[in-house]
Structures are given as C-alpha cells and as structure tokens.
Design a protein around this ligand. Sequence first.
Ligand code: NI
Length: 154
Amino acid sequence: MALRKIVTKEDPILYKVCKPVEVFDDKLAQLIDDMIQTLTKAQGVGLAAPQVGFLKRLFIMDLGEGIIECVNPQILKTSGKQRVVEGCLSCPDDWGYVTRPNKCRLRAQNRYGEFFEITLKELGAQCACHENDHLDGKLFVDKIEERVKPGKDE
Ligand code: NI
C-alpha cells in the first residue's frame, strides 16, 4: 500500500466528471487500498478518487464502523434535510454550514463488482452526498451558506 497525494482545489481534476469503473482488477484493488491508507492518515471521513488524481467513479467512507467502498455509486433516493458544518480534505481552509439530505439510499459496487445497497443517515448521508458530488466535479465550497473558522470539527 502507498499513501497518495491529496490534490487541492487549485487542481483542475477536481472540476471534471469522472468515468465509470469498468474493470474490477488488482489495479483497482490497489487504488482502493491506497485510498484507505490515505484517508486514515488524513483522519478524514470520506475520500473520492479524483482527490488522489483518478477520474473514476469511486469513493470511500469511514463513518466509524469500518470502511465502506463505493464503486460506481448512485444515490437512489434522498429525504429530509440537515444543516451541518462541512469540510473537505481538498479544501483545508474552507469550512462552513451546508444543507444536505438527512437520509439517502445508495447503490454501489464493491471492489469485486458486486452490487449492494445501503441506507445512510446524518453523517453518512452528508458524506455520501459530498463524495458523490466530487465524482461530478463539484466541490462543497459552492454550497457553503455560512463560513466557520478552519479546523472546526464536523
Ligand atoms: Ni471532499
């Protein structure tokens, strides 16, 4: 495994639409393992492939109960609202309140290409929506309603 460099918001890759993952091979597994190591080291909640330089539809989340690997994710349904403080590993100086769905239903594949569905609430729903936006070249900074000082915990 290897740590990958997390790009910051000056990097044009963060504004591009990612392509679906079509090959579920060792290379993909290696990338996911590297992303896990990188997210753990950074003590983040979520990390999307474009943040480490890959225009692939893939993100991982660590909601405190083990890593969730989401390849080719689709948010099937959202409900409710939550106004929460959010940050991003690619935007270390930007923190602020955003409004996100309070609940979402997510369908994705794992590293072997097997489909699964999960229901996520609160931090999970926030994180999945944030990471899914990365795959469409969108950064949370455009959603900030009220800024807070950098470093405030979510
Ligand atoms: Ni982010």
